[in-house]
Each structure stands twice: as C-alpha cells, then as structure tokens.
Design a protein around this ligand. Structure first.
Ligand code: NOJ
Length: 553
C-alpha cells in the first residue's frame, strides 16, 4: 500500500481532501436564523464555530438552491442561486468567507441528473411541444399502446411507480426520482455547457469542491427503441448487479466518464484544483472508475455503510475499499450516516437483514433499539471509521449521537417517498429532524419557532449545550478524536494485526497509532500500548463489547 507523507492541511495543498473529515450540513435542518422553521444559510454561518471547534476540515452543504422541496431540495429550479427562503447569494458568500477564515473548506452539492419541474427549461419544454429543441433538453418520448397511453418503457422510479409521467399533449417524460424531477438529456451539448458554467460559477465564488448527486445516472442509452428492463423490483438500481458492466440503460454506463473527464478540465483550472466526490450506488471496481484522478477524484463508499456490525465482513470491505481506491489513484471514503439512511446510532443495532422500512413503519418498536446500546456501538463504529486511511464524511448530528427519529407520525412526513409509494415506504425524514442546540426553547435552539419536522423531547439531552465540555459526552469524543487524528495522521497505509482474536478488528496505521475494536460479545484484553482514546470506559482494564480503543506506540 502506498504510504504518503504527513498531509499538509493548508489551504493551497492540492491534496487536502485525501484524508479530510467532511461534515455534511443538511441546510434545512441545521440552524434557522430567521425563525421561519426552516434552516437557512445565515443559520449555517452562525454555527460555523461549532464545526471549527469540532475539528473537521470541510463542510458539504446539501442543496440550498431554489426549490419547491418536492425532494428536500434535490429538485433544483436554478443551479446558480440560493432559495429565497434560505437566503441570498450574498449570504452564501458571507458564509463561505467565514468558513475559510475558520480554516474550513466548502463543498456544495451539484444535482446534474435532473432539474425541478419548475426550472425554466422544463417550463419551456412543456410549452414548446413535441420535437422542439426545448424538449430535447429532457427525455420526452411518445407512449406505447393505443394512443400512446402506456409509458414508453417499464423503467421504475427510485421513489416508486413508473419512471415516466404523461404531459397534456400526450408525450411522456422520464423522471428516475420524483415526477417533479425530470431527467436531463446529457446527450445534449447545451446541458453539458451549462453545467460547466455552473461549476465555474461556484468555483469562482471560492467553493472548494462538489458532491455530485446520482453521478452514475447521467449517461443513458436513449437509442430507439428504448429497452425494457423487465425489472420487477421498484428500483432500477437493484438490477445493476445482474447485468454485464456498463450495459444498464441508465445507470453506470461507460459514456458517463466522458462527462467527468470534461469536468476535471474545468476543476483543474483552479488553484488548488476543485475536488469532487461521486454519489454513485455502484459496487467495487466500477465505483473506483469515478474516482480516477482525471475524473471526480473520489467516490462515496456505500458498501462500507451497508456492511453489518461484523468483524469479518468489515475487515473484508475495508481491505477491498482500500484496494479499489488505490487502484484508481484515489483515497478511500467512509460514510456511516447521511440524509438518506437510518442514522447509525440506531441502524447498527438492527439485526442483519432487518427491513429498515418495516422497522420505521413500526415506529422503531419492532425490534426495539436500546438507545444506550445503540450509542455505545455508534461511538465504537465512529472511532473505527476515523482511524481508517482516507476521508470520512460525518453527517450533522452524529457528533451528538442522535438516534433515528423512527416514530414520526405519518401526518408530518415530507419525503416524497411516502406518497409516491402509496404510503408504503416511510422515507427519510427520521434522519432529517432539525438539530438540537440547546436543552430548552421551542425547537431546542434550532430557531426561534417550531421546526419544520417535530423534534422528540429526548433531543434535549442530546443538545450541543448538554454535551459541551461534559467529559465522556459524544460531542467531546468527536472533538478529541478529530484533534488526535490530525496529530497522528501520516500516510495512507494500514496493516492488520495477525494475532487479533475472532470478533476483534486490530490494525496499525503506523507505529504510533493503532486501532482495536471489539465486535464480539465478550470483553478482550487491550493490546500493549498507550491508551490514547476509547469510545467507552475500559472494564477492569479490558476492552468491552462494542468498544474501540486507539493506542499509541
Ligand atoms: C441522492 C440524494 O442524496 C437524495 O436525497 C435524492 O433524493 C436523490 N439523489 C435524487 O436527487
């Protein structure tokens, strides 16, 4: 494995991202400065000191662009503006300036697969009619069957139901996500040129990098006749694994890489070059292609997120992830939580094979998750993740140990998944409940009024205020871990200890830093070395179940 020298985290280092810790801000749920119940950009600015004190290297903002919120902001009506409810471009500039002053890089979300149906392009396409240049920016087709009354193919939306919707003149348009998110046609040069403009727009404003939404979906095989998938399951993504690589009609096609090579030329025009990370639900070596240095540079590793709490499986996925990242010339990425999945303080305690949706529909009762046990495991998982070579993506609130809010009443659900699946899948609102900053107040310090999703009373004890300066709190654990990590970080190497007991993960980053996690049910001896940090108390000098220790030389 390549061992690099000590990373230089100064602002001009072109490799700053390789081992960075990136904090994901979901803007509508982070902090609400104007008291309308929805988080906003000035809310982010006001709380940047929390991120600086935490010790992360960068923040990634989920979309804050104009949007009717049909998909929590991933339905973008204008890629080069700020939603008026969240602020203005001046607010954004002030936020970025303050972040840079505090030594934090800024990454923004780019949503190139689709726009909002409110985007001027889509509105124009609806007016312009079949065969027009405006329609060619999207994927419009005639239907099948008598009078074209059937959708052009059997393709299914990720959110449930057909991926096609009919417009009044009889044509159909493609939407791999919500109907309010029409897919763009990336064969159209105008789309390519416009996204280059968007990359420059934010890069010129000082943005340091981009998180690319649905990076594996842009290139589509739109040659006639369009091919049916014959899929019976709801998401086309599930068929990917069963098809020869690159042959799926709309996911992970080889042509998608031309787009990213084109973007890299734009990103490399800046100093330091702008970074990019692919959100691509693609496995192993295929995923690594997105992370090549002449493309995006990094790709999220969702295989790690999806691995159950099991030492053998985790060791395998860590080894494979490091190998595939190295093959691509990238650094590995690690994610435990984000705005699309059940928070890891709850998820990791669910028995393997649990259907997350069934669990959410049970209000988090079947099976019940003990929050204390869940937090113990989450803290152990976090110290394990933060010891791995590469960059870690931390989702807002995990530094507080927040569990999933599994019992949100269905009347308050906002995620389109709920309605679009005919109220079968509960969706992702349980991990998007606004953050608690204070122990009291109408929304626990999130804002001056009630938050857009109700917070449970238990949030009071997780608030930043309740944990700040409290020895042993999860917030202090993250702060200490990130401070230590910065000091300990050297190369990107990892060596597994040969003598680890079953159920124990033990590896050395280098002589001065080793990480041991006990995933077994029994306490185990702590290997020799100076105890630098533990995720939970050592029991009589032993490493208890669901505990991680960092050891020095
Ligand atoms: C992935 C995003 O993370 C998710 O929240 C969104 O719904 C889809 N892409 C569609 O943009």
């Amino acid at each position: 494995m390549t061992v690099r020298t000590t990373p230089d985290l100064s602002s001009k280092d072109p490799d700053w991202w390789r081992q960075a810790v990136v904090y994901q801000v979901y803007p509508r749920s982070f902090a609400d400065a104007d008291g309308d119940g929805l988080g906003d950009i000035r809310g982010v600015t006001g709380r940047l000191s929390h991120l600086a004190a935490l010790g992360v290297d960068a923040l990634w903002l989920s979309p804050f662009y104009p949007s009717e919120l049909a998909d929590g902001g991933y339905d973008v009506a204008d890629h080069r503006d700020v939603d008026p409810r969240l602020g203005t471009l001046d607010d954004f500039d002030a936020m970025a300036t303050e972040a840079h002053r505090l030594g934090l890089k800024v990454i923004v979300d780019l949503v190139p697969n689709h726009t909002s149906h409110q985007h001027v392009w889509f509105q124009e396409a609806l007016r312009a009619g079949p065969g027009s240049a405006a329609r060619d920016r999207y994927v419009f087709r005639d239907g099948r069957g008598t009078h074209g009354a059937l959708p052009p193919t059997d393709w299914q939306s990720v959110f449930g139901g057909s991926a096609w919707r009919r417009v009044p003149d009889g044509q159909w348009y493609l939407h791999l996500f919500a109907p309010q998110q029409p897919d763009l046609n990336w064969d159209n040069e105008e789309i390519r040129a416009d996204f280059r403009t968007t990359l420059r727009f934010w890069s010129d404003r000082g943005v340091d990098g981009f998180r690319v939404d649905v990076a594996h979906g842009l290139a589509k095989d739109l040659s006639e006749p369009l091919r049916d998938l014959g899929a019976t399951e709801v998401s086309g993504e599930a068929t990917l694994a069963g098809l020869p690589p690159g042959s799926h009609p709309f996911y992970d096609r080889d042509e998608v890489h031309e787009i990213y090579r084109d973007w890299r030329a734009v990103l490399d025009d800046y100093h330091p070059p702008r970074t990019a990370v692919a959100e691509a639900w693609v496995q192993g070596a295929r995923r690594a292609l997105y992370a090549r240095p002449d493309e995006l540079g990094q790709a999220f590793n969702f295989e790690y997120l999806q691995t159950p709490w099991d030492a053998t499986e985790l060791r395998q996925v860590i080894t494979d992830s490091l190998d595939t990242a190295a093959m691509a010339g990238a650094s590995a990425t690690w994610v435990l939580s984000n705005h699309d999945v059940v928070r890891h303080a709850s998820r990791l305690l669910l028995p393997p094979g649990t259907d997350d949706n069934a669990w959410l529909l049970s209000g988090g009762h079947a099976p019940a998750v003990d929050p204390v046990a869940g937090l113990r495991r989450a803290r152990a998982a976090t110290l394990l993740m933060l010891a791995l070579p590469g960059s870690s993506y931390v989702y807002q609130g995990e530094e507080l140990g927040l569990p999933e809010v599994a019992d949100l009443p269905v009347e308050v659900l906002q995620d389109p998944v709920w309605e679009q699946t005919g109220r079968v899948r509960k969706g992702r609102d349980g991990c998007r409940v606004p953050l608690p900053w204070t122990r009291t107040g109408p929304s626990y310090g999130f804002g001056a009024g009630a938050a857009w999703l109700p917070q449970p009373e238990s949030f009071a004890s997780y608030a930043v205020e309740a944990q700040d300066g409290v020895e042993g709190s999860t917030l202090e654990l993250y702060r200490t871990a990130l401070r230590l990590r910065r000091k300990l970080l050297q190369g990107e190497g990892l060596a597994w200890a040969d003598d680890a007991l079953p159920g124990v993960l033990h590896f050395a980053r280098h002589e001065g830093w080793r990480c041991v996690t006990n995933l077994s049910d029994e306490p185990v001896a702590v290997p020799a070395g100076e105890v630098l940090l533990t995720s939970g108390p050592l029991e009589g000098g032993l490493l208890g179940p669901d505990t991680t220790v960092w050891l020095g030389g």
